[in-house]
Design a protein around this ligand. Structure first.
Ligand SMILES: [Fe+2]
Length: 691
């Protein structure tokens, strides 16, 4: 064994201990010694691999034993070929009831940028399906990097045709264009589960059976977990999906949770679906199930076990003290949110540093929750004054520490509820400090911030509405935000990060995110006109794989009588499906929408575009579903949105069904001080009003 190999083996053991995986080290290739015969029914959630680096990757499966006591040993084999003639690792993989019969094995000593095959076998020769995984290139390897980013895979209300399409295209692609990994940006599960006998449809969707949640809660038609068995039931239900199983068997996944892996409206350890409740034990349960079902290098801090999560004991108590950054200063809260650390970074060849953050465990209280400000501009569907949003976001730090005592809109004044509150943070102080260090120290060509939440402003210009349409007139002094409550409204924290990028002369900075159930492409800028539009990087949001989006909700929920309906939906005189003017509202403004809804003349509508509304947006489609593919080279970032029709039913086609459109945004690597520039090309299909 060479000296470098010894060192790398030592650090490998350290890593494996920290993440709690079992270990295997590769040896010389030889034929399989196992009498494997495939029994997929005994491995009902398939296989998976996660978080590859140049020399190692984590392999996963679940093999439940009904009468097998509490612990059994499987064998895992890793081979250089799909037929397992050249097996290079052969190791034990323990499964136990303590981890819901899941196992994680970290395989070390692999070669960089290589494809491997793996499988698990029990003592009787009953085998899992064969999985495929790929290691990362070495840090100095200039090869092109390809990955997909995805999010929001609701299988209670839809099907994962997008994965089928991804697999189909990847199999046909030349080796240099095949995906190295899939970045999953959250909502891997939806913890709120509908039961088909209680509710048959929602929007356009059929409700499919997913899981029964033991000892859960319920709000409206939605059941949700309150214990680890509840979360485990949801993961098992989701992973029964064949398209998701095939995707996990084809590529390593790198994942971070969004909100629904814990709680729809929850934050820190507070569980909230309708009513908020102290949920320290629920957050720990959510983390435990995530750790059990998604193989990753996330650090669990509960102990060195390779096999089980070992949850810390916590009590559900109300948080009464908050620190200067809005972090709940309560020991059970801190134990719960730190029981699994999701933020981490990966170097992937010369061209990618992937920096992943957690948007929910450390965030401060929602600054926009005061019902008094919710009454501002109520006639203006979905819109909220941007200047007020900025004041509330800034808290006590607004205006250099002199926030106004009141916030106002059109002569209505209400006390500023955030006057004494900490400025809004999504990242929290500790994670943010880490994140900034990662950005400053990155030496890769592209610094990709993988986060679950979007960062592009969603705004409109109701000040340009013709008078008389509504009783109230929107003031000329401010734009409207159509608030999402993500980084798009975290004005202060976003500016802090973008300022760092500019001041530290960081180039190749780009954000990839999810959560919005829609495709967005544009620029990372802290201000928009009348402020300074000054992009420091690129910003993308990938659509949902399957979850219902804004346009579907509006098709079903927006009243025909709403005088602002043309800003969201343009009803065709022939009764055909309405056009999605909402996309146009965000990119071009109200004048374009009103013209389009009258004439259906796209050119004429776009000629009325308000150039100050959205210089940050190249593309927005609030009705899209699908996935995004990224290709990074030493000179260029290419981001391709692959949009599919609303995935209501499973496509029986081998290619996952038709494509609505495929649109490509490319940017050449810019120099420090230069402005990044996206070029768009529609490669296939019809993008509607998205441009
Ligand atoms: Fe989602």
């Amino acid at each position: 064994m060479s000296e470098t190999m010894k060192i790398s083996r030592r650090s490998f053991l350290k890593t494996a201990t920290a993440i709690g995986a079992s270990l295997a080290w590769v040896g010389p290739a030889r034929g399989s010694r196992i009498h494997w015969h495939e029994r997929r029914d005994l491995y009902p959630q398939g296989v998976a691999s996660g978080d590859p680096d140049p020399h190692s990757v984590i392999l996963w499966t679940r093999r439940p034993f009904a009468d097998g006591g509490t612990r059994q040993l499987l064998t895992v084999e890793v081979a250089e070929d799909e037929a397992f003639r050249r097996v290079i690792a052969h190791a034990q993989a323990p499964v136990s009831s303590a981890a819901d019969w899941t196992t994680r094995v970290l395989i070390g000593g692999l070669k960089p940028a290589r494809t491997y095959w793996y499988r698990f076998t029990d003592a009787d020769g009953n085998g899992s399906r064969v999985g495929r995984t790929i290691t990362a290139p070495l840090p100095n390897d200039p090869r092109t990097v390809n990955f997909a980013f995805v999010s929001c895979q609701d299988v209670n209300e839809g099907k994962l045709n997008a994965y089928r399409r991804m697999i189909y295209e990847d199999e046909l692609a030349p080796a240099t264009e095949q995906l190295g990994f899939v970045l999953h940006l959250g909502d891997f599960i939806y913890e709120v589960v509908e039961y088909p006998e209680e509710v048959k449809t929602r929007y356009d969707r059929t409700i499919y059976e997913v899981a029964r949640i033991p000892d859960g809660g319920k709000v409206s038609h939605f059941h949700f977990p309150l214990t680890v068995d509840g979360y485990r039931a949801v993961y098992k239900g989701y992973l029964a999906d064949p398209d998701l199983q095939d995707a996990r068997a084809r590529w390593p996944f790198v994942a971070i949770w969004d909100n629904h892996e814990f709680s729809w409206q929850g934050w820190q350890s507070i569980q909230k679906a309708g009513k908020a409740r102290p949920g320290q034990s629920i957050k720990v349960a959510a983390n435990q199930a995530w750790w059990e079902y998604l193989p990753s290098r996330c650090k669990k801090v509960s102990g060195p076990s390779f096999e089980s999560f070992d949850p810390p004991a916590v009590t559900n108590v109300a948080i009464e003290k908050w620190d200067a950054n809005g972090l709940g200063d309560e020991p059970n809260n801190l134990s719960a949110i730190n029981s699994l650390i999701g933020y981490r970074s990966y170097r992937y060849g010369k061209n990618l540093d992937l920096i992943i953050t957690d948007q929910h465990s450390y965030r401060s209280a929602n600054p926009f929750a005061d019902p008094a400000v919710g009454a501002f501009g109520q006639e203006f569907t979905g819109m909220f004054p941007e200047d007020v949003a900025q004041i509330l976001d800034g808290g006590r730090a607004f205006n250099g520490g002199n926030p106004p005592a009141e916030v106002s809109f059109n002569g209505a004044h209400v006390p500023n509820s955030q006057r004494n509150a900490p400025p809004q943070t999504i990242l929290g102080a500790e994670q943010k400090a880490w994140f900034k260090d990662q950005l400053r120290n990155s030496t890769a060509t592209w610094k990709i911030w993988g986060n679950s939440e979007g960062a592009l402003d969603s705004r409109a210009d109701p000040q340009n509405l013709p008078s008389g349409l509504l009783k109230e007139t929107w003031p000329k002094t401010t734009y409207a935000t159509l608030p999402i409550g993500d980084y798009g409204n975290a004005y202060r924290e976003r500016a802090e990060i973008y300022d760092l990028v500019r001041d530290a002369k960081i180039t190749g900075f780009a954000i990839v995110s999810g959560d919005r159930h829609s495709f967005w492409a544009g620029y990372a800028t802290s201000e928009l006109p009348p402020g300074k539009f000054d992009p420091v990087g690129l910003s993308f949001v990938g659509a949902s794989l399957s979850s219902a989006g804004t346009m579907e909700a509006q098709e079903h929920g927006l009243p025909k009588t709403d005088p602002l309906r043309p800003l969201f939906l343009a009803d065709r005189p022939d009764g055909a499906k309405p056009d999605w003017t909402h996309n146009m509202l965000l990119k071009h403004g109200v004048r374009s929408c009103l013209e389009y809804a009258k004439s259906f003349d796209l050119k004429r509508a776009q000629s009325l575009s308000n150039p100050d509304l959205a210089p940050h947006l190249e593309f927005v489609d609030l009705g899209g579903h699908g996935y995004a593919k990224v290709r990074l080279s030493v000179t260029e970032m290419r981001t391709e949105f692959v949009c599919i029709p609303r995935p209501i039913a499973r496509s029986e086609r081998q290619d996952g069904g038709p494509i609505r459109y495929r649109v490509l945004h490319t940017a050449a690597l810019w120099k420090s001080g230069e402005r990044p520039q996206l070029k768009r090309s529609v490669l296939e299909g019809d993008v509607g009003l998205a441009i």
